[in-house]
Structures are given as C-alpha cells and as structure tokens.
Design a protein around this ligand. Structure first.
Ligand code: IMP
Ligand code: MG
Length: 173
C-alpha cells in the first residue's frame, strides 16, 4: 500500500487560499480579470479560490497541457491539449496552476499566453516547490511552499489517483 502522510488538512488549505484570495482581490480591485486554470490539477483549488475573490468582474477559462515524462517528473516537453477560449487581448490574466516545480510548465504557459497580448499576466499556484526550479520563473501568488516529496490530494494526482482527497498528502513513491 502506498504511504500517505498528511501535509495540509482542509482548514489549513482554506486559510492559505483565503489569504491569497485577499491579496488577489486587493491587487485587481476595479479591474476586469480573466482567470485561466490549468487542467486537471488546478480544478479543485480554482473552484475554492474564485469563490473567495471579492471582485465583480471575473471571467474563468481553462487550458489543458500534457507533459511527457515520468509520473512524478515533468520533462520539459510540453504540449497543448486544449486551449483557452476567451479573448484575453488587453485583459488582466491570472494563471492558476496546481504546482510549480521545475518551472517548465509555467515557462511554456507564460510564453503561450503572452502571444495573445494580455494587458498583464501573473500566476497563482497552490504549491511552490522552489528548490527544484530548472527555469527562472516564479509565481506572484503562492499558497504553500514545499521543499521535497510528491504531493497528492485536493486536485493533485499521481497517475490520475488521489485528486478527490480533501486534504494534501505526501505520497511515498
Ligand atoms: P513543472 O513543469 O516541473 O514545474 O511541473 C509542474 C507540473 O508537474 C504541475 O502542473 C503538476 O501537475 C506536476 N507536479 C509536479 N510536482 C507534483 C507533485 O508533487 N504532485 C502532483 N503533481 C506534481
Ligand atoms: Mg499539472
């Protein structure tokens, strides 16, 4: 049986998501915001985050990527599976991603979205694994910083499993 060690329970996640939602609400006050979630990992986080935003003009869309690599490591070979559909030209755009690890995925996303000429482009991640960065990218909004281990639950998967767990756990691989 795979071993799961608790990292963040639902209360701890809610507090962190609240805090980041407060920052985003304050930074985008009076602005039109387009939030683009990265499927599938970000769907649970994004659902909680958008409902905590104190903003009146928020549009929501999704993008889906595939990354070739092992189950637990991204390879840098990233492919677009589904593009977003809202027109983002001249708009404030916020990428919502589950985990920022090597940075390959975010680097790809930033380049891809920039080509559509958004007015601004920032990133919000649930988990930032700073010590494993291979590309020089960072997220403006971070809920939780993790140093090691593979995390599952709250939308995060290992081989498509565990996304339904309400808390975040460390999976011993
Ligand atoms: P990066 O391209 O290395 O930054 O990887 C980011 C992507 O890898 C995220 O979108 C996640 O889907 C996946 N990933 C990285 N670390 C983990 C983890 O600990 N648990 C689940 N997915 C992860
Ligand atoms: Mg992902």
């Amino acid at each position: 049986m795979p071993e799961l060690t608790p990292v963040l329970d639902t209360d701890a996640i809610a507090r962190k998501v609240d805090e980041v939602a407060r920052q985003i609400s304050s930074d985008y006050r009076n602005a039109d915001l387009v939030i683009i979630g990265v499927l599938k990992g970000a769907f649970v986080f994004m659902a909680d985050l958008i409902r905590r935003l104190d903003l009146s003009h928020v549009a929501v869309d999704f993008i889906r990527l595939a990354s070739y690599g092992s189950q637990s490591n991204s390879s840098g070979h990233i492919r677009l599976l589904k593009n977003f559909e809202i027109d983002i030209e001249g708009k404030h755009v916020l990428i919502v991603e589950d985990i920022l690890d090597t940075g390959w995925t975010l680097a790809f996303l930033k380049q891809h979205l920039s080509a559509y000429s958004p007015r601004s482009l920032k990133t919000c991640v649930l988990v930032d694994k700073r010590e494993r960065r291979k590309v020089d990218v960072q997220a403006e909004y971070v809920c939780h910083v993790a140093n090691e281990g593979f995390l599952v639950g709250y939308g995060l998967d290992y081989d498509e499993n565990y996304r339904n767990l309400p808390g975040i756990f460390n999976l011993k691989l």
